[in-house]
Design a binder for this molecule. Structure first.
Ligand code: HAS
Ligand code: CU
Length: 567
Protein backbone atom coordinates (compact mmCIF):
# COMPACT_ATOMS: atom_id res chain seq x y z
CA UNK A 1 0.00 0.00 0.00
CA UNK A 2 1.33 3.41 -0.93
CA UNK A 3 2.26 5.29 2.21
CA UNK A 4 0.47 8.58 2.68
CA UNK A 5 3.25 11.12 2.32
CA UNK A 6 3.28 14.16 4.56
CA UNK A 7 3.72 17.37 2.59
CA UNK A 8 7.42 17.37 3.31
CA UNK A 9 8.11 19.73 0.44
CA UNK A 10 5.88 22.33 2.00
CA UNK A 11 7.29 21.84 5.48
CA UNK A 12 10.82 22.28 4.22
CA UNK A 13 9.87 25.42 2.38
CA UNK A 14 8.13 26.70 5.50
CA UNK A 15 11.28 26.49 7.56
CA UNK A 16 12.91 29.14 5.39
CA UNK A 17 9.81 30.99 4.22
CA UNK A 18 9.60 34.58 5.42
CA UNK A 19 5.87 34.10 5.71
CA UNK A 20 6.00 30.85 7.69
CA UNK A 21 4.01 32.30 10.61
CA UNK A 22 1.29 33.74 8.39
CA UNK A 23 1.03 30.46 6.51
CA UNK A 24 0.74 28.48 9.73
CA UNK A 25 -1.87 30.86 11.11
CA UNK A 26 -3.86 30.76 7.89
CA UNK A 27 -3.72 26.95 7.86
CA UNK A 28 -5.01 26.61 11.41
CA UNK A 29 -7.71 29.25 11.08
CA UNK A 30 -8.97 27.87 7.80
CA UNK A 31 -8.90 24.31 9.11
CA UNK A 32 -11.10 25.31 12.05
CA UNK A 33 -13.33 27.27 9.67
CA UNK A 34 -13.92 24.32 7.37
CA UNK A 35 -14.57 21.93 10.28
CA UNK A 36 -17.15 24.39 11.58
CA UNK A 37 -18.76 24.64 8.14
CA UNK A 38 -19.00 20.86 7.87
CA UNK A 39 -20.70 20.44 11.25
CA UNK A 40 -22.89 23.50 10.80
CA UNK A 41 -23.89 22.44 7.31
CA UNK A 42 -24.90 19.02 8.56
CA UNK A 43 -27.32 20.66 10.97
CA UNK A 44 -28.79 22.56 8.02
CA UNK A 45 -29.59 19.30 6.28
CA UNK A 46 -31.30 18.01 9.43
CA UNK A 47 -33.38 21.18 9.55
CA UNK A 48 -34.75 21.05 6.04
CA UNK A 49 -35.56 17.36 6.55
CA UNK A 50 -37.31 18.27 9.76
CA UNK A 51 -39.37 20.92 7.93
CA UNK A 52 -40.57 18.07 5.76
CA UNK A 53 -41.56 15.91 8.68
CA UNK A 54 -38.43 13.72 8.65
CA UNK A 55 -37.15 14.17 12.17
CA UNK A 56 -33.60 12.78 12.34
CA UNK A 57 -33.00 14.73 15.54
CA UNK A 58 -34.89 11.91 17.27
CA UNK A 59 -31.95 9.59 16.64
CA UNK A 60 -29.36 11.90 18.13
CA UNK A 61 -31.28 12.91 21.23
CA UNK A 62 -28.50 11.74 23.56
CA UNK A 63 -26.09 14.04 21.71
CA UNK A 64 -28.41 16.96 21.03
CA UNK A 65 -31.21 16.86 23.62
CA UNK A 66 -32.42 20.29 22.46
CA UNK A 67 -33.39 18.84 19.05
CA UNK A 68 -34.35 21.28 16.32
CA UNK A 69 -33.57 24.46 18.24
CA UNK A 70 -30.22 23.26 19.51
CA UNK A 71 -29.42 22.13 15.95
CA UNK A 72 -30.46 25.52 14.62
CA UNK A 73 -28.26 27.27 17.17
CA UNK A 74 -25.32 25.13 16.07
CA UNK A 75 -26.14 25.76 12.41
CA UNK A 76 -26.16 29.53 12.87
CA UNK A 77 -23.24 29.84 15.27
CA UNK A 78 -20.95 27.44 13.39
CA UNK A 79 -21.73 28.70 9.89
CA UNK A 80 -22.12 32.43 10.23
CA UNK A 81 -20.00 33.12 13.29
CA UNK A 82 -17.25 30.48 13.49
CA UNK A 83 -16.71 29.50 9.84
CA UNK A 84 -16.73 33.09 8.61
CA UNK A 85 -14.67 34.66 11.38
CA UNK A 86 -11.89 32.07 11.44
CA UNK A 87 -11.67 31.89 7.66
CA UNK A 88 -11.55 35.68 7.39
CA UNK A 89 -8.90 36.13 10.07
CA UNK A 90 -6.73 33.41 8.48
CA UNK A 91 -7.19 34.78 4.97
CA UNK A 92 -6.63 38.43 5.88
CA UNK A 93 -3.55 37.61 7.95
CA UNK A 94 -1.99 35.98 4.91
CA UNK A 95 -3.21 38.52 2.36
CA UNK A 96 -2.08 41.57 4.33
CA UNK A 97 1.43 40.22 4.72
CA UNK A 98 1.72 39.03 1.15
CA UNK A 99 0.35 42.25 -0.31
CA UNK A 100 2.80 44.36 1.70
CA UNK A 101 5.42 41.75 0.81
CA UNK A 102 6.34 41.93 4.46
CA UNK A 103 5.56 39.54 7.31
CA UNK A 104 3.28 41.01 9.97
CA UNK A 105 5.60 42.80 12.38
CA UNK A 106 4.38 41.07 15.51
CA UNK A 107 4.42 37.29 15.26
CA UNK A 108 3.49 36.90 18.93
CA UNK A 109 0.44 39.07 18.41
CA UNK A 110 -0.59 36.83 15.52
CA UNK A 111 -0.47 33.77 17.75
CA UNK A 112 -2.17 35.63 20.60
CA UNK A 113 -5.05 36.44 18.23
CA UNK A 114 -5.35 32.80 17.31
CA UNK A 115 -5.24 31.36 20.82
CA UNK A 116 -7.64 33.92 22.21
CA UNK A 117 -10.13 33.16 19.45
CA UNK A 118 -9.71 29.42 19.90
CA UNK A 119 -10.13 29.69 23.67
CA UNK A 120 -13.27 31.74 23.12
CA UNK A 121 -14.57 29.21 20.62
CA UNK A 122 -14.15 26.29 23.03
CA UNK A 123 -15.78 28.28 25.82
CA UNK A 124 -18.78 29.00 23.55
CA UNK A 125 -19.02 25.49 22.17
CA UNK A 126 -19.39 23.67 25.47
CA UNK A 127 -22.62 25.32 26.66
CA UNK A 128 -24.15 24.94 23.18
CA UNK A 129 -23.34 21.24 23.11
CA UNK A 130 -24.71 20.80 26.63
CA UNK A 131 -27.98 22.45 25.53
CA UNK A 132 -27.27 25.31 27.90
CA UNK A 133 -27.14 27.91 25.14
CA UNK A 134 -29.99 27.06 22.79
CA UNK A 135 -30.52 30.72 21.97
CA UNK A 136 -29.91 30.78 18.18
CA UNK A 137 -27.12 32.81 16.64
CA UNK A 138 -28.82 36.11 17.45
CA UNK A 139 -29.11 35.22 21.19
CA UNK A 140 -32.00 37.63 21.71
CA UNK A 141 -32.95 37.96 25.35
CA UNK A 142 -35.13 36.96 27.12
CA UNK A 143 -33.69 33.68 25.83
CA UNK A 144 -30.90 33.12 28.29
CA UNK A 145 -27.72 31.11 27.83
CA UNK A 146 -25.02 29.98 30.19
CA UNK A 147 -22.73 32.96 30.88
CA UNK A 148 -19.74 31.24 29.32
CA UNK A 149 -21.49 31.24 25.94
CA UNK A 150 -21.49 35.05 25.94
CA UNK A 151 -18.03 35.28 27.46
CA UNK A 152 -16.58 32.91 24.86
CA UNK A 153 -18.10 34.81 21.95
CA UNK A 154 -16.75 38.04 23.42
CA UNK A 155 -13.25 36.55 23.50
CA UNK A 156 -13.52 35.49 19.87
CA UNK A 157 -14.47 39.04 18.91
CA UNK A 158 -11.77 40.63 21.09
CA UNK A 159 -9.24 38.25 19.54
CA UNK A 160 -9.97 39.66 16.09
CA UNK A 161 -9.04 43.18 17.27
CA UNK A 162 -5.42 42.13 17.47
CA UNK A 163 -5.27 41.41 13.77
CA UNK A 164 -6.17 45.05 13.11
CA UNK A 165 -3.48 46.11 15.57
CA UNK A 166 -0.94 43.90 13.81
CA UNK A 167 -2.01 45.24 10.42
CA UNK A 168 -1.68 48.82 11.66
CA UNK A 169 1.81 48.20 13.08
CA UNK A 170 2.89 46.52 9.87
CA UNK A 171 1.44 49.32 7.77
CA UNK A 172 3.40 51.89 9.82
CA UNK A 173 6.70 50.14 9.15
CA UNK A 174 5.84 49.63 5.49
CA UNK A 175 4.93 53.32 5.14
CA UNK A 176 8.32 54.39 6.53
CA UNK A 177 10.03 52.22 3.96
CA UNK A 178 7.71 53.29 1.12
CA UNK A 179 6.82 56.93 1.80
CA UNK A 180 5.57 57.63 -1.72
CA UNK A 181 3.94 54.36 -2.77
CA UNK A 182 0.22 53.65 -2.72
CA UNK A 183 -0.85 50.94 -0.28
CA UNK A 184 -1.13 47.67 -2.24
CA UNK A 185 -4.81 47.13 -3.02
CA UNK A 186 -5.35 43.83 -1.14
CA UNK A 187 -3.69 45.27 1.98
CA UNK A 188 -5.78 48.44 1.74
CA UNK A 189 -8.93 46.36 1.45
CA UNK A 190 -7.94 44.03 4.29
CA UNK A 191 -7.31 46.98 6.62
CA UNK A 192 -10.57 48.69 5.64
CA UNK A 193 -12.44 45.44 6.32
CA UNK A 194 -10.90 45.04 9.77
CA UNK A 195 -11.38 48.73 10.64
CA UNK A 196 -15.05 48.56 9.73
CA UNK A 197 -15.42 45.37 11.74
CA UNK A 198 -13.75 46.70 14.87
CA UNK A 199 -15.94 49.83 14.90
CA UNK A 200 -18.98 47.67 14.18
CA UNK A 201 -18.37 45.45 17.20
CA UNK A 202 -18.85 48.32 19.67
CA UNK A 203 -22.55 47.38 19.72
CA UNK A 204 -22.13 43.72 20.56
CA UNK A 205 -19.32 44.48 23.01
CA UNK A 206 -21.62 46.85 24.90
CA UNK A 207 -24.45 44.31 24.78
CA UNK A 208 -22.21 41.58 26.18
CA UNK A 209 -20.44 43.62 28.84
CA UNK A 210 -23.30 45.71 30.19
CA UNK A 211 -26.32 43.51 29.59
CA UNK A 212 -25.86 39.82 28.84
CA UNK A 213 -22.79 38.79 30.82
CA UNK A 214 -23.87 40.41 34.14
CA UNK A 215 -27.40 39.05 33.61
CA UNK A 216 -26.39 35.50 32.74
CA UNK A 217 -23.98 35.24 35.68
CA UNK A 218 -26.75 36.49 37.96
CA UNK A 219 -25.10 39.79 38.94
CA UNK A 220 -28.19 41.74 37.91
CA UNK A 221 -31.84 40.78 38.19
CA UNK A 222 -32.99 41.24 34.63
CA UNK A 223 -32.24 42.75 31.28
CA UNK A 224 -33.64 45.11 28.68
CA UNK A 225 -34.66 43.24 25.56
CA UNK A 226 -35.10 46.19 23.22
CA UNK A 227 -31.78 47.77 24.12
CA UNK A 228 -30.11 44.36 23.72
CA UNK A 229 -31.62 43.84 20.26
CA UNK A 230 -30.63 47.33 19.18
CA UNK A 231 -27.04 46.84 20.30
CA UNK A 232 -27.04 43.42 18.63
CA UNK A 233 -28.10 44.83 15.24
CA UNK A 234 -25.60 47.67 15.57
CA UNK A 235 -23.09 44.88 14.97
CA UNK A 236 -25.41 42.33 13.38
CA UNK A 237 -25.94 44.27 10.20
CA UNK A 238 -22.33 45.29 9.45
CA UNK A 239 -21.19 41.77 10.31
CA UNK A 240 -22.69 40.76 6.95
CA UNK A 241 -20.18 43.04 5.21
CA UNK A 242 -17.41 41.68 7.40
CA UNK A 243 -18.26 38.33 5.82
CA UNK A 244 -18.75 39.75 2.34
CA UNK A 245 -15.69 42.00 1.96
CA UNK A 246 -13.09 39.20 2.04
CA UNK A 247 -15.02 37.55 -0.81
CA UNK A 248 -14.93 40.92 -2.59
CA UNK A 249 -11.17 41.02 -2.02
CA UNK A 250 -10.94 37.79 -3.95
CA UNK A 251 -13.34 39.00 -6.66
CA UNK A 252 -11.39 42.24 -7.14
CA UNK A 253 -7.79 41.29 -6.62
CA UNK A 254 -7.61 37.64 -7.71
CA UNK A 255 -10.51 36.60 -9.95
CA UNK A 256 -9.46 38.98 -12.77
CA UNK A 257 -6.12 37.16 -12.95
CA UNK A 258 -7.68 33.73 -12.57
CA UNK A 259 -10.03 34.67 -15.42
CA UNK A 260 -7.07 35.58 -17.61
CA UNK A 261 -7.39 39.38 -17.48
CA UNK A 262 -6.89 42.43 -15.28
CA UNK A 263 -8.92 44.38 -12.76
CA UNK A 264 -10.86 47.08 -14.59
CA UNK A 265 -10.42 49.91 -12.05
CA UNK A 266 -8.50 50.06 -8.79
CA UNK A 267 -9.75 53.58 -7.89
CA UNK A 268 -13.37 52.43 -8.24
CA UNK A 269 -12.64 49.35 -6.15
CA UNK A 270 -11.28 51.58 -3.40
CA UNK A 271 -14.35 53.84 -3.58
CA UNK A 272 -16.48 50.77 -3.01
CA UNK A 273 -14.50 49.73 0.06
CA UNK A 274 -14.41 53.16 1.72
CA UNK A 275 -18.16 53.47 1.14
CA UNK A 276 -18.59 50.19 3.00
CA UNK A 277 -16.51 51.58 5.84
CA UNK A 278 -18.73 54.65 6.11
CA UNK A 279 -22.16 53.16 5.37
CA UNK A 280 -22.14 49.61 6.74
CA UNK A 281 -22.85 50.40 10.36
CA UNK A 282 -25.44 53.19 10.70
CA UNK A 283 -28.25 51.13 9.11
CA UNK A 284 -28.84 48.24 11.55
CA UNK A 285 -32.37 49.35 12.44
CA UNK A 286 -33.55 47.85 9.15
CA UNK A 287 -33.63 44.61 11.17
CA UNK A 288 -35.98 46.23 13.67
CA UNK A 289 -38.77 47.75 11.60
CA UNK A 290 -41.30 45.77 13.58
CA UNK A 291 -39.79 46.51 16.99
CA UNK A 292 -41.90 48.85 19.11
CA UNK A 293 -40.07 51.59 21.01
CA UNK A 294 -37.91 52.82 18.13
CA UNK A 295 -39.10 56.00 16.44
CA UNK A 296 -40.44 55.68 12.89
CA UNK A 297 -38.20 58.60 11.88
CA UNK A 298 -35.03 56.64 12.65
CA UNK A 299 -36.41 53.56 10.95
CA UNK A 300 -36.89 55.72 7.87
CA UNK A 301 -33.38 57.19 8.11
CA UNK A 302 -31.85 53.71 8.40
CA UNK A 303 -33.91 52.63 5.38
CA UNK A 304 -32.51 55.54 3.33
CA UNK A 305 -28.93 54.72 4.27
CA UNK A 306 -29.52 51.03 3.55
CA UNK A 307 -30.37 52.03 0.01
CA UNK A 308 -27.06 53.94 0.10
CA UNK A 309 -25.06 50.82 0.99
CA UNK A 310 -26.46 49.20 -2.12
CA UNK A 311 -24.17 51.39 -4.23
CA UNK A 312 -20.78 49.96 -3.27
CA UNK A 313 -22.16 46.56 -4.29
CA UNK A 314 -23.44 48.00 -7.57
CA UNK A 315 -19.97 49.47 -8.17
CA UNK A 316 -18.56 46.03 -7.47
CA UNK A 317 -21.02 44.49 -9.90
CA UNK A 318 -19.89 46.88 -12.63
CA UNK A 319 -16.16 46.64 -11.91
CA UNK A 320 -16.04 42.86 -11.56
CA UNK A 321 -18.13 42.20 -14.68
CA UNK A 322 -16.00 44.71 -16.64
CA UNK A 323 -12.90 42.81 -15.50
CA UNK A 324 -14.48 39.52 -16.56
CA UNK A 325 -15.34 41.01 -19.94
CA UNK A 326 -11.75 42.18 -20.32
CA UNK A 327 -10.60 38.66 -19.51
CA UNK A 328 -13.09 37.06 -21.89
CA UNK A 329 -12.00 39.32 -24.73
CA UNK A 330 -8.30 38.78 -23.93
CA UNK A 331 -8.95 35.07 -24.31
CA UNK A 332 -10.36 35.63 -27.79
CA UNK A 333 -14.02 36.02 -26.82
CA UNK A 334 -16.14 38.22 -29.09
CA UNK A 335 -19.62 39.65 -29.40
CA UNK A 336 -21.88 41.47 -26.94
CA UNK A 337 -22.18 38.54 -24.60
CA UNK A 338 -20.46 35.64 -26.32
CA UNK A 339 -17.18 36.60 -24.55
CA UNK A 340 -18.71 34.94 -21.50
CA UNK A 341 -18.13 31.54 -23.09
CA UNK A 342 -14.42 32.30 -23.46
CA UNK A 343 -14.01 32.52 -19.67
CA UNK A 344 -12.23 29.63 -17.91
CA UNK A 345 -15.34 27.66 -16.97
CA UNK A 346 -13.21 24.55 -16.59
CA UNK A 347 -11.43 26.03 -13.57
CA UNK A 348 -13.12 25.11 -10.30
CA UNK A 349 -11.86 28.12 -8.35
CA UNK A 350 -13.10 30.53 -11.05
CA UNK A 351 -16.43 28.84 -11.64
CA UNK A 352 -17.32 28.48 -7.96
CA UNK A 353 -16.74 32.18 -7.37
CA UNK A 354 -18.62 33.37 -10.45
CA UNK A 355 -21.54 31.16 -9.40
CA UNK A 356 -21.31 32.86 -6.02
CA UNK A 357 -21.57 36.24 -7.78
CA UNK A 358 -24.57 35.20 -9.84
CA UNK A 359 -26.43 33.94 -6.78
CA UNK A 360 -25.50 37.12 -4.94
CA UNK A 361 -27.06 39.31 -7.63
CA UNK A 362 -30.41 37.75 -6.69
CA UNK A 363 -29.72 37.85 -2.96
CA UNK A 364 -28.84 41.53 -3.28
CA UNK A 365 -32.04 42.28 -5.15
CA UNK A 366 -33.99 40.59 -2.36
CA UNK A 367 -32.09 42.77 0.08
CA UNK A 368 -33.79 45.90 -1.28
CA UNK A 369 -37.16 44.30 -0.66
CA UNK A 370 -36.16 43.49 2.92
CA UNK A 371 -34.89 47.01 3.38
CA UNK A 372 -38.09 48.64 2.15
CA UNK A 373 -39.93 49.69 5.24
CA UNK A 374 -43.37 48.60 4.01
CA UNK A 375 -42.41 45.44 2.08
CA UNK A 376 -40.42 44.23 5.06
CA UNK A 377 -43.71 43.74 6.92
CA UNK A 378 -44.60 41.02 4.42
CA UNK A 379 -41.33 39.11 4.63
CA UNK A 380 -40.01 39.76 8.14
CA UNK A 381 -39.55 36.61 10.23
CA UNK A 382 -40.62 34.35 7.37
CA UNK A 383 -38.73 31.74 5.37
CA UNK A 384 -38.11 34.50 2.79
CA UNK A 385 -35.35 35.84 5.04
CA UNK A 386 -33.70 32.41 5.21
CA UNK A 387 -33.88 32.39 1.40
CA UNK A 388 -32.21 35.81 1.32
CA UNK A 389 -29.32 34.97 3.55
CA UNK A 390 -28.56 31.67 1.90
CA UNK A 391 -27.98 33.61 -1.32
CA UNK A 392 -25.80 36.14 0.48
CA UNK A 393 -23.81 34.57 3.28
CA UNK A 394 -24.61 31.03 2.11
CA UNK A 395 -23.51 31.71 -1.48
CA UNK A 396 -21.70 34.99 -2.08
CA UNK A 397 -19.58 34.24 0.98
CA UNK A 398 -19.58 30.48 1.60
CA UNK A 399 -19.35 29.44 -2.04
CA UNK A 400 -16.61 32.03 -2.64
CA UNK A 401 -14.68 30.80 0.40
CA UNK A 402 -14.97 27.22 -0.84
CA UNK A 403 -14.01 28.31 -4.35
CA UNK A 404 -10.99 30.16 -3.00
CA UNK A 405 -10.18 26.94 -1.17
CA UNK A 406 -9.35 25.33 -4.52
CA UNK A 407 -6.19 27.44 -4.75
CA UNK A 408 -5.75 28.39 -1.10
CA UNK A 409 -5.67 24.88 0.36
CA UNK A 410 -3.11 23.74 -2.26
CA UNK A 411 -1.12 26.91 -1.55
CA UNK A 412 -1.17 26.36 2.21
CA UNK A 413 -0.47 22.64 2.05
CA UNK A 414 2.14 22.80 -0.71
CA UNK A 415 0.17 20.24 -2.69
CA UNK A 416 -1.66 20.27 -5.98
CA UNK A 417 -5.48 20.30 -5.91
CA UNK A 418 -6.54 16.66 -5.92
CA UNK A 419 -9.28 17.06 -8.51
CA UNK A 420 -10.41 20.10 -10.43
CA UNK A 421 -13.29 17.99 -11.76
CA UNK A 422 -14.63 17.25 -8.26
CA UNK A 423 -14.38 20.98 -7.59
CA UNK A 424 -16.41 21.78 -10.69
CA UNK A 425 -19.01 19.16 -9.81
CA UNK A 426 -19.28 20.58 -6.29
CA UNK A 427 -19.73 24.10 -7.67
CA UNK A 428 -22.49 23.08 -10.06
CA UNK A 429 -24.25 21.17 -7.29
CA UNK A 430 -24.11 24.19 -5.00
CA UNK A 431 -25.50 26.43 -7.74
CA UNK A 432 -28.37 24.10 -8.61
CA UNK A 433 -29.11 23.14 -5.00
CA UNK A 434 -29.07 26.74 -3.88
CA UNK A 435 -31.34 27.92 -6.69
CA UNK A 436 -33.92 25.33 -5.69
CA UNK A 437 -33.52 25.88 -1.97
CA UNK A 438 -33.49 29.65 -1.92
CA UNK A 439 -36.15 30.20 -4.54
CA UNK A 440 -38.60 27.97 -2.76
CA UNK A 441 -37.73 29.39 0.65
CA UNK A 442 -38.57 32.84 -0.74
CA UNK A 443 -41.90 31.55 -2.06
CA UNK A 444 -42.68 29.74 1.17
CA UNK A 445 -41.99 32.95 3.04
CA UNK A 446 -44.54 34.77 0.92
CA UNK A 447 -47.01 32.01 1.79
CA UNK A 448 -46.43 32.74 5.45
CA UNK A 449 -43.99 30.02 6.51
CA UNK A 450 -42.34 31.36 9.66
CA UNK A 451 -38.59 31.14 10.00
CA UNK A 452 -36.99 29.45 12.98
CA UNK A 453 -40.07 27.40 13.81
CA UNK A 454 -40.09 23.66 14.15
CA UNK A 455 -42.51 22.99 11.32
CA UNK A 456 -42.33 19.29 10.73
CA UNK A 457 -43.94 16.50 12.67
CA UNK A 458 -47.05 16.43 14.85
CA UNK A 459 -48.26 18.47 16.59
CA UNK A 460 -46.58 21.27 14.72
CA UNK A 461 -47.30 20.58 11.10
CA UNK A 462 -51.04 20.46 10.96
CA UNK A 463 -53.96 22.46 9.72
CA UNK A 464 -54.98 23.65 13.16
CA UNK A 465 -51.57 25.19 13.87
CA UNK A 466 -50.95 27.01 10.61
CA UNK A 467 -53.19 28.29 7.89
CA UNK A 468 -52.01 27.56 4.36
CA UNK A 469 -50.32 24.31 5.29
CA UNK A 470 -51.58 22.55 2.14
CA UNK A 471 -49.74 25.05 -0.08
CA UNK A 472 -46.59 24.68 1.96
CA UNK A 473 -46.65 20.92 1.57
CA UNK A 474 -46.27 21.29 -2.18
CA UNK A 475 -43.23 23.52 -1.99
CA UNK A 476 -41.32 22.32 1.08
CA UNK A 477 -40.13 19.11 -0.62
CA UNK A 478 -38.54 21.13 -3.45
CA UNK A 479 -36.59 23.19 -0.93
CA UNK A 480 -35.55 19.88 0.63
CA UNK A 481 -34.27 18.55 -2.69
CA UNK A 482 -32.24 21.76 -3.01
CA UNK A 483 -30.81 21.23 0.47
CA UNK A 484 -29.88 17.64 -0.37
CA UNK A 485 -28.14 18.67 -3.59
CA UNK A 486 -26.10 21.16 -1.54
CA UNK A 487 -25.28 18.33 0.84
CA UNK A 488 -23.88 16.36 -2.12
CA UNK A 489 -21.88 19.44 -3.07
CA UNK A 490 -20.42 19.61 0.42
CA UNK A 491 -19.44 15.94 0.34
CA UNK A 492 -17.65 16.46 -2.98
CA UNK A 493 -15.92 19.55 -1.62
CA UNK A 494 -14.68 17.91 1.57
CA UNK A 495 -13.57 14.75 -0.22
CA UNK A 496 -11.51 16.91 -2.54
CA UNK A 497 -9.99 18.92 0.29
CA UNK A 498 -9.07 15.91 2.39
CA UNK A 499 -7.57 14.15 -0.63
CA UNK A 500 -5.65 17.30 -1.56
CA UNK A 501 -4.04 17.48 1.86
CA UNK A 502 -3.34 13.76 2.12
CA UNK A 503 -2.79 12.61 -1.47
CA UNK A 504 -2.11 15.69 -3.59
CA UNK A 505 1.16 15.82 -5.53
CA UNK A 506 3.72 17.98 -3.69
CA UNK A 507 3.90 21.38 -5.33
CA UNK A 508 5.87 23.95 -3.38
CA UNK A 509 6.45 27.57 -4.42
CA UNK A 510 2.91 28.38 -5.44
CA UNK A 511 1.98 32.04 -5.84
CA UNK A 512 -1.03 33.98 -4.64
CA UNK A 513 -2.92 34.99 -7.81
CA UNK A 514 -2.84 38.79 -7.36
CA UNK A 515 -4.19 40.50 -10.46
CA UNK A 516 -2.79 43.43 -12.39
CA UNK A 517 -4.99 46.43 -13.14
CA UNK A 518 -6.05 48.29 -16.24
CA UNK A 519 -6.42 51.47 -14.18
CA UNK A 520 -4.07 50.99 -11.24
CA UNK A 521 -2.51 52.78 -8.26
CA UNK A 522 -1.20 55.63 -10.43
CA UNK A 523 -4.84 56.73 -10.90
CA UNK A 524 -5.70 56.52 -7.21
CA UNK A 525 -6.21 59.96 -5.60
CA UNK A 526 -4.49 60.47 -2.24
CA UNK A 527 -7.76 60.46 -0.30
CA UNK A 528 -8.41 56.89 -1.42
CA UNK A 529 -5.09 55.87 0.08
CA UNK A 530 -5.95 57.04 3.60
CA UNK A 531 -7.97 55.48 6.36
CA UNK A 532 -8.66 58.26 8.85
CA UNK A 533 -11.01 60.46 6.80
CA UNK A 534 -13.27 57.46 6.26
CA UNK A 535 -13.03 56.23 9.84
CA UNK A 536 -14.00 59.69 11.09
CA UNK A 537 -16.84 59.83 8.57
CA UNK A 538 -18.08 56.45 9.76
CA UNK A 539 -18.01 57.47 13.42
CA UNK A 540 -19.83 60.73 12.74
CA UNK A 541 -22.56 59.02 10.76
CA UNK A 542 -22.97 56.38 13.46
CA UNK A 543 -23.30 59.12 16.08
CA UNK A 544 -26.03 60.83 14.02
CA UNK A 545 -27.96 57.71 13.02
CA UNK A 546 -27.74 55.85 16.32
CA UNK A 547 -27.20 58.62 18.89
CA UNK A 548 -30.81 59.67 19.55
CA UNK A 549 -32.20 56.12 19.59
CA UNK A 550 -29.49 54.79 21.87
CA UNK A 551 -29.75 57.82 24.15
CA UNK A 552 -33.49 57.29 24.47
CA UNK A 553 -33.21 53.53 25.03
CA UNK A 554 -30.44 53.85 27.59
CA UNK A 555 -32.04 56.71 29.49
CA UNK A 556 -35.35 54.84 29.79
CA UNK A 557 -33.80 51.42 30.31
CA UNK A 558 -34.92 49.22 33.17
CA UNK A 559 -33.15 45.94 33.72
CA UNK A 560 -36.22 44.00 34.74
CA UNK A 561 -36.81 41.21 32.22
CA UNK A 562 -36.02 37.75 33.61
CA UNK A 563 -34.48 35.02 31.47
CA UNK A 564 -36.27 32.22 29.66
CA UNK A 565 -35.16 28.71 28.78
CA UNK A 566 -37.85 27.00 26.76
CA UNK A 567 -35.72 24.17 25.39
FE1 HAS B 1 -29.20 41.03 4.13
C1 HAS B 1 -31.42 40.17 6.64
C2 HAS B 1 -30.96 43.90 3.52
C3 HAS B 1 -26.82 42.03 1.82
C4 HAS B 1 -27.09 38.56 5.25
N1 HAS B 1 -29.27 39.61 5.64
C5 HAS B 1 -30.28 39.40 6.53
C6 HAS B 1 -29.96 38.29 7.38
C7 HAS B 1 -28.70 37.86 7.01
C8 HAS B 1 -28.29 38.69 5.90
C9 HAS B 1 -27.90 36.73 7.64
O1 HAS B 1 -33.02 45.60 5.01
C10 HAS B 1 -30.84 37.72 8.48
C11 HAS B 1 -30.43 38.17 9.84
C12 HAS B 1 -31.33 37.56 10.89
O2 HAS B 1 -31.00 36.49 11.41
O3 HAS B 1 -32.40 38.11 11.17
N2 HAS B 1 -28.98 42.63 2.85
C13 HAS B 1 -29.83 43.68 2.74
C14 HAS B 1 -29.37 44.59 1.68
C15 HAS B 1 -28.19 44.05 1.20
C16 HAS B 1 -27.95 42.83 1.96
C17 HAS B 1 -30.02 45.85 1.23
N3 HAS B 1 -27.35 40.40 3.62
C18 HAS B 1 -26.52 40.97 2.67
C19 HAS B 1 -25.26 40.30 2.66
C20 HAS B 1 -25.33 39.32 3.63
C21 HAS B 1 -26.65 39.40 4.22
C22 HAS B 1 -24.10 40.67 1.75
C23 HAS B 1 -24.34 38.33 4.08
C24 HAS B 1 -23.14 38.18 3.60
N4 HAS B 1 -30.88 41.84 4.90
C25 HAS B 1 -31.40 43.07 4.55
C26 HAS B 1 -32.51 43.39 5.46
C27 HAS B 1 -32.64 42.32 6.35
C28 HAS B 1 -31.60 41.38 5.98
C29 HAS B 1 -33.35 44.59 5.46
C30 HAS B 1 -33.64 42.19 7.51
C31 HAS B 1 -34.81 41.44 7.07
C32 HAS B 1 -35.73 41.10 8.21
O4 HAS B 1 -36.90 41.54 8.17
O5 HAS B 1 -35.34 40.40 9.16
C33 HAS B 1 -27.30 44.66 0.12
O6 HAS B 1 -26.02 44.91 0.65
C34 HAS B 1 -27.18 43.81 -1.10
C35 HAS B 1 -26.41 44.49 -2.21
C36 HAS B 1 -26.01 43.49 -3.28
C37 HAS B 1 -26.06 43.67 -4.60
C38 HAS B 1 -25.62 42.58 -5.55
C39 HAS B 1 -24.33 42.93 -6.28
C40 HAS B 1 -23.83 41.81 -7.13
C41 HAS B 1 -22.53 41.52 -7.35
C42 HAS B 1 -22.14 40.36 -8.25
C43 HAS B 1 -22.06 40.78 -9.71
C44 HAS B 1 -21.44 39.76 -10.62
C45 HAS B 1 -22.15 38.88 -11.36
C46 HAS B 1 -21.39 37.90 -12.21
C47 HAS B 1 -23.62 38.83 -11.34
C48 HAS B 1 -26.53 44.95 -5.20
C49 HAS B 1 -21.46 42.34 -6.77
C50 HAS B 1 -21.75 38.00 -13.67
C51 HAS B 1 -21.14 36.86 -14.38
C52 HAS B 1 -20.66 36.87 -15.63
C53 HAS B 1 -20.06 35.64 -16.18
C54 HAS B 1 -20.71 38.03 -16.50
CU1 CU C 1 -28.92 44.06 7.56
Amino acid sequence: MAAITRPRGAERVLATDRFATEIRLARLNILIAFIALALGGLMGVLQILQYNGIDLYRFIKPILPGGYYQGLTLHGVLNVLVFTTFYIIGFLTLITAKAFDKPLVHKGLGWFTFWLMLGGLLMTALPILLNNATVLFTFYPPLKADGFFYLGLTLVVVGTYFLLLNQALTYRVWRKENPKAKIPLPAFMAIVTMSMWVIATIGIAAEMLFLLIPWSFGWVEGTDVLLARTLFWFTGHPIVYFWLLPAYISWYTMIPKQAGGKLFSEPMARVSFVLFLVLSIPIGIHHQYTDPGISAIWKLVHFIFTVGVFFPSLLTFFNVVASLEHAGRSRGGKGWLAWIFALPWKSATFTAQVFAMILFAFGGAGGVINASYNLNLVVHNTAWISGHFHLTVGSAVALSFMGMGYWLVPYLSGRRLFSNFLGLAASWCWLIGMILFSHFMHMLGLLGVPRRSMLGGAPYFNESTYAGVAEWRLLLPVAMVGGLVMFVSAILFYTNMVLTITRGQPEPNQQIPFAEKISGPEDVPAVLDRFWPWVVGAIMLIAINYGPTLYYLISTSRLNIPGLRPW
